[in-house]
Write a protein that binds this ligand. Structure first.
Ligand code: AP5
Ligand code: MG
Length: 220
């Protein structure tokens, strides 16, 4: 199964992708995580992406499309992926659509996590991610067992450098002006599942599984 998770900044793409990946045995492909790791490791990709991410702008399609399509064509991604944060422009969606048949792949569902804009700033300002693997926490809705430490790998929890109010407002503007068009693209293909993302994490997950006709570990 190949899934796309679409949603505004803080809607829970990473959170829900992790649950889907664990349950369905998919590979998690987060474009944002890939860019942040590249920046942390000082690679050429990281150097190219950094200024865009620091400003809250989208990394250019020319860089992003090639990066993700090259990854998807690798054998380890053949048994299914959860795409988190890609595609987020119409050109990215079209490029993905054109490339998938050559890889004998198709998108099964595009899941849109719909959360009112006014809830998102608060979620992001209370978000922490772990230094080692970017596991996601929230001081209010998903606190770690031990304050400041990742439950999964024991690394330190930090705030993302793009999680400041100015940057968040700019990223949200881009989402509601531009990325929302990706939902229209998949709605036209009858692949869009729209889920109310303004509910507890387990309830959102249960709704996603129910919409895909699958049994969830959580009760819908
Ligand atoms: P990316 O890393 O994808 O960031 P984003 O789009 O801003 O989305 P977030 O990761 O901030 O939010 P999320 O939806 O994953 O929410 P999360 O699960 O963490 O991209 C970063 C940057 O990279 C972009 O700005 C751009 O520059 C570049 N980039 C990436 N992809 C690109 C592309 N395709 N093209 C061009 N450029 C690209 O949850 C948020 C918080 O809320 C957490 O604390 C979580 O615990 C909590 N939470 C989650 N669900 C719930 C719930 N149901 N109730 C209460 N709290 C919840
Ligand atoms: Mg994310």
């Amino acid at each position: 199964m190949n899934l796309i998770i679409i949603g505004a900044q803080g809607s829970g793409k990473g959170t829900q992708a992790s649950l889907l990946v664990e349950r369905l045995g998919l590979r998690h492909v987060s474009s944002g995580d890939i860019f942040r790791s590249a920046i942390q490791n000082g690679t050429e990709l990281g150097m190219q992406a950094k200024s865009y991410i620091d400003r809250g702008d989208l990394v250019p399609d020319s860089l992003t499309i090639h990066l993700i399509l090259a990854l998807l064509s690798e054998p380890e991604y053949s048994s299914g992926v959860a795409l988190d944060g890609f595609p987020r422009t119409r050109d990215q969606a079209q490029a993905l659509d054109q490339a998938l048949p050559q890889m004998q792949k198709t998108i099964d569902y595009a899941i849109y996590l719909n959360v009112p804009q006014e809830k998102l700033l608060d979620r992001l300002l209370n978000r922490y991610v772990c230094e080692a693997h970017q596991h996601v926490y929230n001081i209010r809705s998903k606190p770690p067992i031990t304050a400041g430490i990742c439950d999964i790998d024991g690394s330190k929890l930090i705030q993302r450098s793009d999680d400041n109010p100015e940057n968040i407002k700019h990223r949200l503007h881009i989402f509601f002006q531009q990325t929302i068009q990706v939902t229209h693209f998949y709605r036209a293909q009858k692949k869009l599942i729209e889920v109310d993302g303004d509910q507890p994490i387990t309830k959102v997950s249960a709704d996603i599984f129910e919409a895909m006709g699958l049994q969830s570990e959580f009760v819908a």
